[in-house]
Design a protein around this ligand. Structure first.
Ligand code: ZN
Length: 151
């Protein structure tokens, strides 16, 4: 699929999948959630340390394809120091982007995943860490799976 993406986007995704940022457990995390994408075999565990509405720190662990790993890596890099309302807005914009290809100015580097909308099977890989994020923010205990809805 990488042939279809621009070189720049390909480089960012490969870089983050090979050397994921914040790829470790987070001691002192007060919110955590797991996500599973059975279609591809991606697993992600997201850890957050929040203080009121502020996301002080976050990290992830897991295994999966380049898209899911790069998406989780960029998620953690993007959301550190942001607020929970900002994170929820970004989730909406990321979900719209990976399903339609339409980007918003606030997406920044996350726009590298815009090309994913052309590959329906990979949309779930890209959105998986974001579903885990929302589950963590909502205090959901059950692991989220991409099986239960179409994004
Ligand atoms: Zn995947």
């Amino acid at each position: 699929m990488f042939d279809e993406l621009t070189d720049l986007y390909q480089q960012v995704i490969l870089d983050h999948s090979r050397a994921p940022r914040n790829f470790h457990a987070l001691p002192g995390a007060n919110r955590t959630a797991q996500g599973h994408n059975p279609l591809c075999g991606d697993n992600v565990t997201l850890y957050l340390l929040t203080d009121g509405d502020l996301i002080r720190d976050l990290s992830f662990q897991g295994s999966g394809c380049a898209i899911s790993k790069a998406s989780a890596s960029l998620l953690t890099e993007t959301l550190k120091g942001r607020t929970i309302p900002e994170a929820r807005t970004l989730f909406d914009h990321v979900r719209a982007m990976v399903t339609t290809g339409l980007t918003q100015p606030n997406l920044g580097k996350l726009a590298v995943f815009a090309g994913v909308h052309k590959f329906p099977a990979r949309v779930k890989c890209a959105i998986l860490p974001w579903h885990a994020l929302i589950a963590a923010l909502d205090g959901q205990v059950q692991p989220v799976t991409t099986e239960k809805d179409d994004t």
